[in-house]
Ligand binder design. Structure first.
Ligand SMILES: [Zn+2]
Length: 271
C-alpha cells in the first residue's frame, strides 16, 4: 500500500505543479520584472528545482523508505500516544493530519524565530519573486531538520503511516497552490481565506517588511494563524506592489543561483 501511495503522491505533485504553472503563464498575478536584483526565470527555476533535486536525494539517503516507511515501523512497535488510546481509525487519521499541520505551523514560526534555523529558512525567503517553484525551494539542511522534527512527532504521537503520506500529499499540494503566482477570483478568495492559506495571504509572508513576514505562517489551513494570533489579512502595500524577498540579498548571484542558495546559510547577514 505504501508503494501505491508514494506513486499517488508523485502523481498529485506533478499534476498540481503542471496546473499551477499553466495558470501562472495564463493569468500571472504579478509580473516578473527584470531588475539587477531579480534573476531571469531560467536562473531562478534552475536554483529552485536544483534545490528540490538535491534535497530529495539527501532525504532518500537518510530515510530510504521515507517518513511513511518510518511510521510503518513505529506502528508495528506500537509506539506513541495514539496507540494507547483506543480511537476509531478514521479519528486517528483526522487527528493526526491536524496535529501534523499544527506542528508544521509551529516549526515554521520557530524557523523564523531562532537565528540558527533562520539561516536555513532564509534560503526560501530570499527569492525575489514567488511562484510555484518557490514552494520547492528549501535548503537541504532545512529538509533534514524538518524530517527530524516530523520523525520525532511520529514516534511521540504514534501517527499512522497512511496519515503521514496523506499529510505529505496535502502539504505539498497546498504549498504549490499558495505560492503560485495567481490570484483567485475576489469572491472565491474571500471565502477561501476562512479555511485555506490563499496566494494573497502567503505573499504577505514573503514581504521584505519583517513585521509582515512574521505573519501567516500556515502552509495549508489558515486556522492556526487565526488561533495563535499571527494572521494578517493585508500588507502595507497592495498585493501586486509588495516588495518580495530579503533586502540583505539583493544580488541575483546570491538570491537565485544554485551555488548561492546552497552557500547562503553559511553567510553572515543579519535579519
Ligand atoms: Zn517563512
Amino acid at each position: 500500500m505504501i508503494d501505491e501511495m508514494v506513486a499517488i503522491r508523485l502523481g498529485v505533485f506533478l499534476t498540481i505543479l503542471a496546473l499551477m504553472m499553466s495558470l501562472e503563464c495564463l493569468f500571472p498575478a504579478r509580473k516578473l520584472t527584470k531588475t539587477p536584483q531579480t534573476a531571469s526565470i531560467v536562473t531562478r527555476w534552475f536554483g529552485n528545482f536544483g534545490l528540490l533535486i538535491i534535497a530529495s536525494v539527501v532525504a532518500r539517503l537518510l530515510l530510504p523508505l521515507g517518513l511513511a516507511g518510518f511510521a510503518l515501523y513505529t506502528t508495528q512497535q506500537q509506539w506513541g500516544i495514539l496507540h494507547w488510546v483506543n480511537l476509531p481509525h478514521w479519528v486517528n487519521i483526522i487527528s493526526s493530519l491536524l496535529l501534523l499541520d499544527m506542528l508544521i505551523y509551529w516549526q515554521h514560526r520557530l524557523f523564523h524565530r531562532i537565528p540558527l534555523l533562520w539561516r536555513l529558512h532564509k534560503v526560501h525567503h530570499a527569492d525575489r519573486h514567488v511562484d510555484s517553484s518557490t514552494a520547492l525551494r528549501f535548503h537541504p539542511l532545512e529538509i533534514i531538520a524538518s524530517l527530524g522534527i516530523k520523525a520525532l512527532a511520529i514516534i511521540i504521537l504514534g501517527i499512522p503511516a497512511e496519515a503521514v503520506i496523506l499529510f505529505e500529499i496535502l502539504l505539498n499540494g497546498f504549498a504549490i497552490f499558495n505560492h503560485a503566482n495567481i490570484r483567485l477570483p475576489k469572491k472565491m478568495e474571500h471565502i477561501a481565506r476562512y479555511v485555506v492559506v490563499t496566494q494573497i495571504l502567503h505573499r504577505i509572508h514573503h514581504s521584505q517588511v519583517m513585521a509582515e513576514s512574521n505573519t501567516n505562517f500556515g502552509f495549508s489551513i489558515v486556522w492556526w494563524d487565526r488561533l495563535f494570533g499571527s494572521y494578517s489579512a493585508k500588507a502595507s502595500k497592495a498585493d501586486e506592489d509588495i516588495d518580495i524577498g530579503l533586502i540583505e540579498y539583493p544580488n541575483a548571484k546570491q538570491n537565485a543561483w544554485l551555488t548561492g542558495l546552497l552557500w547562503m546559510p553559511f553567510t553572515h547577514k543579519k535579519k
